[in-house]
Design a binder for this molecule. Structure first.
Ligand code: UDH
Ligand code: MN
Length: 348
C-alpha cells in the first residue's frame, strides 16, 4: 500500500471534482443543442407615417414591412443557378385580339393570387412588379400573357401588382407607383421593385427583372423609337430599383399630374444620391410597345419643366413620406393583386 500525504489527497479529490464538472458541462451543452429553437425575426407593423420616425434607413424600412403573410412557406431548397437554364433569348411575341383572360389564367396555373416562386430552387431575388393602370385592359391582358412565363423562366419569386387610379381626375403615374411600393411592402419584404408601363412587352428574356447595386433602366430600345434610347438620361417605361434605393430617393414625386416629367424627376433624385443608372446591352433591353394614342385624362403636363427645376429643393418632402391616398379595394385575383386607389387631385 502506498503512502499518500494530505496534499496528495487534496490533489486526487480535485481531479474527481474537475472530471465531474466537465461531464456536467458536456451534458448541459447536449441538452442545449437538442432544445434549440429557431426564433422568428422581429417584425413590426406600421403605416407610411412611420417613414418619418426611427433613426436609420434600415429601421424605417423594416417599419414599412409587415408580416410576410403572402409568402408560400418554402421547403428547404438550393438557391437557383446564377443563370436560369430556362431562358430562351429573343422571343416571338403575339398579340392575338382573341386572347382571353381565362386562357392566360389556365396557362399560368402555378401563379397563385399574382404570386409565383420556383418549385425546385430558391429564387435569388423576390421581386414586386408594379404597373400603374387606368382603362388599358387589352394592354394589361397582353402584358400578363407575356410577363408571367417570362418571369417564371427567370426563376424569380415575384408578384404582380396593378395599381388602378379610381375616378377620372388627371392620371398620375408616379404617385400610383409610390402607392404600389407602399402597398406591396405590406405583403412581403420584396428585395426589388420593377416600375412597369402596361404597354411595354419585353422581347428578350435575358433582360433580367432583378435589381443591381445601382438603379437599372430596362428600356434601352423599343419598336416605336427604332430601338434607340429615346434621349440621353431617359429613365422611363420600365425601371428596377431595390427596396433601399427607392426609399433613399424618397420614391417618386407625387406632384406630376398628366403626361411627362415624372421619370426625369426620378432620375434627378437618383443622381442627387450619387447613384449611377445602369442599363443592359441594347440587343437585349428591347421592348414592343403596343400601339396606342394619348389617353384622355393624361394630357401633357405643362408644368413639368418647372417642377423638374425644383426637384433638388423639394425631394425630401415630396415623395413616399408625403404620399397620401385612400385604398378603395384590394382584390387578390388569380394573376395579379388589384389595388384601386383614390389619389386625390392636383392642388390647383
Ligand atoms: N397609363 C394608363 N392609363 C392612362 C394613362 C397612362 O394605364 O390613361 C399608364 C400605363 O401603364 C402607361 C403608362 O401609364 O403605359 C404611361 O403612359 P403612356 O403609355 O400614355 O405614355 P407614353 O409615353 O405615350 O407611352 C405618350 C402618348 C403617346 C402618343 C402617341 C402618339 N404617336
Ligand atoms: Mn405607352
Amino acid at each position: 500500500m502506498g503512502f499518500c500525504s494530505p496534499v496528495c489527497k487534496v490533489y486526487r479529490r480535485g481531479k474527481y471534482i474537475l472530471l465531474f464538472l466537465i461531464s456536467l458541462s458536456v451534458l448541459a451543452w447536449i441538452a442545449n443543442l437538442s432544445g434549440e429553437t429557431i426564433k422568428d425575426a422581429p417584425v413590426s407593423f406600421a403605416t407610411p407615417q412611420a417613414l418619418v420616425k426611427g433613426d436609420s434607413l434600415r429601421e424605417k424600412l423594416n417599419a414599412l414591412t409587415a408580416t410576410p403573410n403572402r409568402l408560400i412557406t418554402p421547403a428547404p431548397k438550393e438557391e437557383c443557378p446564377q443563370e436560369s437554364p430556362l431562358l430562351q433569348g429573343a422571343l416571338k411575341l403575339s398579340f392575338e385580339s382573341s386572347l382571353k383572360l381565362k386562357d392566360v389564367e389556365s396557362d399560368n396555373k402555378a401563379v397563385i393570387e399574382g404570386e409565383f416562386e420556383p418549385s425546385d430552387c430558391t429564387a435569388r431575388q423576390s421581386v414586386a412588379i408594379l404597373i400603374p393602370h387606368r382603362g388599358r385592359e387589352k394592354h394589361l391582358l397582353y402584358l400578363l400573357h407575356h410577363l408571367h412565363p417570362f418571369l417564371q423562366r427567370q426563376q424569380l419569386h415575384y408578384a404582380i401588382y396593378i395599381i388602378q387610379q379610381a375616378g377620372d381626375v388627371t392620371f398620375n403615374r408616379a404617385k400610383l407607383l409610390n402607392v404600389g411600393y407602399l402597398e406591396a411592402l405590406k405583403d412581403y419584404s420584396w428585395d426589388c421593385f420593377i416600375f412597369h408601363d402596361v404597354d411595354l412587352v419585353p422581347e428578350n428574356d435575358h433582360n433580367l427583372y432583378v435589381c443591381d447595386k445601382q438603379p437599372k433602366h430596362l428600356v434601352v430600345g423599343r419598336n416605336a423609337t427604332g430601338y434607340k434610347l429615346r434621349y440621353k438620361g431617359y429613365f422611363g417605361g420600365v425601371t428596377a430599383m431595390n427596396k433601399e434605393q427607392f426609399f433613399q430617393v424618397n420614391g417618386f414625386s407625387n406632384n406630376y399630374w398628366g403626361w411627362g416629367g415624372e421619370d426625369d424627376d426620378l432620375r434627378v433624385r437618383v443622381e442627387l444620391q450619387k447613384m449611377k443608372i445602369v442599363r443592359p446591352p441594347a440587343d437585349i433591353a428591347r421592348y414592343t410597345m403596343v400601339f396606342h394614342k394619348r389617353d384622355s385624362g393624361n394630357e401633357i403636363n405643362k408644368d413639368r419643366m418647372t417642377l423638374l427645376g425644383r426637384t433638388p429643393l423639394v425631394w425630401r418632402k415630396d415623395g413616399l413620406n408625403s404620399c397620401t391616398y385612400k385604398t378603395m379595394s384590394l382584390e387578390r385575383l388569380p394573376l395579379y393583386v388589384n389595388v384601386t386607389v383614390d389619389i386625390g387631385k392636383p392642388l390647383s
